[in-house]
Ligand binder design. Sequence first.
Ligand code: DAU
Length: 339
Amino acid sequence: MTESFTPASVLVTGGAGFIGSNFIHHFLQTNPACRVINLDLLTYAGNLENLKGVEGDPRYEFVRGDICDSKLVAAILFREKIDAVIHFAAESHVDRSITGPEIFVRTNVLGTQVFLQVSTDEVYGSLGASGLFTETTPLAANSPYSASKAGADLLVRAYQETYGFPTLNTRCSNNYGPYQFPEKLIPLMIHNIIAEKPLPVYGDGLNVRDWLHVKDHSRAVEAVLKNGVPGGVYNVGGNNEWRNIDIVNLVCDMLDSKLGRSSGSNRALITFVKDRPGHDRRYAIDASKMRNDLGWEPFYTFERGIEETISWYLDNQEWVREVTSGAYRDYYEKMYGGR
Ligand code: DAU
């Protein structure tokens, strides 16, 4: 393998979100000599509470701003002598894209004219009962969200082809772990179980997702940044397929014992609801390129990862209350006074 790329200064977009903030924690730990500038607009899913642990670190700086503001982005690139941009900023929730696609096109397509693009396996569409997505699977996005990510991936490709701009593109399966906004399946179920609210399972609950711990995803993005071949696409997955209903049952059972409730009582909260329109049936990633070319593979077993995640949400109920109430915005004003 050729020598790794060692940036001195990186710009992380969307660093206050779930995956971005986990990545910043990881990257500052594994790259002691690198500065990290976090550009985030702090929309509903962005939360500076996620970064409390690095706030005092002289290598870290937060800038509130919009990735579509090209003047601001250019100013940061020059001022901070940025060596690489790792682009997490995105509207990410499929259900929101169905009711309001415009913001997805603006943020995910117009906001992506860059860099190491952190994308999704959803750009490939849906699989039947067998088969895996590889890097050469044709794009066949089915929701406004995944279409906006596919559009961004194509812009990234065009920048590489047209301008010779060195780009990298990762496509990851479903992430879980700490700091995930409780609109996504796993934290929503944990949140509702604690509150003894109904657990909405879409359709027949038999849709399949391939789950990856966010820390393993952070390690994958770092590996691609340092050793990926410019112009390359890298699929990142957990080799960990689960039907939605099985995950929900698992979370119910684990929380029965953690909350001291009688066995089976949380499962009684499961409520099958109307299916998501255009609901992709199955995603599953072939991550052999990551393994063979970059030596990456997930560390977390799902048993350990889900256990830790449930415990994290139980221990961080205040965080959940704040993100769901919007109180974290006051925290931002207090900390940064509108900067
Ligand atoms: O595959 C990667 C993608 O994973 C990311 O690119 C997206 O940003 C991320 O949101 C996620 O998309 P999904 O649609 O797969 O994630 P979500 O957590 O919304 O749903 C997971 C599955 O659970 C999906 O089949 C829909 C189902 N579901 C979801 C929710 C929120 C339910 O049955 N009930 C629910 O309340």
